[in-house]
Design a protein around this ligand. Sequence first.
Ligand code: HSE
Length: 304
Amino acid sequence: MSKKWSITVPGSTANLGPGFDSIGLSLNLYLELTVSLAKNWEIIHVSDHLPQDFVIEDHLIYKIAKETAARFKKTLPPCRIEMRSQLPYARGLGSSAAAIVAAVELANLVCDLQLSIQDKLNISSQFEGHPDNATASVLGGLTISQMDEQGIVDTIHVKDIEASFVVFIPTVELKTSEARKVLPAQFDRNYAVRASANANMLAASLISKDYERIGKYMESDLFHEPFRSSLIPNFDEILRTAKQAGAYGTALSGAGPTVISIIPSAIGAQFVSTMKKRFPTHEILLTKADHQGVSIQVLNDVFT
Ligand code: HSE
């Protein structure tokens, strides 16, 4: 007899403008894994967002779970995993970070690694390469993080962000690796001072929940959006139209190509309806911050 678990991980948006590689916000769009121990490895993709053709040995969940177990000198046993996702792939909604967080949790469960929350923040951010999406997926809510050269993550966790968030998902994919190639390797000092002042003001506005200012500084990024905007369908138009329709502010979601607006919750339905008419080829979703982060449920005991 063995156990069956469900691992649920929220997706996330990163950067919120100038919080580049540091600020993340979990969203109530989820990746869910149903896991049981098995004789052989099996991964079943249940939702449309996930490809049907893949090799288990190349699957991100398998690779990260195996490497996590190996870090603790354990061997990952074969599992049967059903995977459901509301997160479109390569759109800037943290699908890879959510998969990494789920895989770390999988190894933790089936190899009894006894990982602390800090271990999960460190390991998942190290695999992802930056802590913005991964910390938000682990903790839920908003995270402001720094990862040092040893891969140790320091996170300030901000709860109860009461605004709503609207995501504009285009039909095209954009891989983060491609969207990072267009960024300059260096900034001149005056430019870097302005860019980091904007990021400081964004972080301070988020902590003080000053939504008008959050919107203002979300639109002030100098680290990445000026170099990425040409890769993003309708970026300037969405930004302008969202402002007219009552958004506090709009930014690229992570590396894009999804764009995200922060809006007062009271205008949610009207805002979405206006924007759907204006941008009919985008999938436009009204979301909120997730409040829980990664969660595990023991489903039942199953006979194998
Ligand atoms: N901070 C990352 C970027 C998020 O903007 O490239 C995407 O992983």
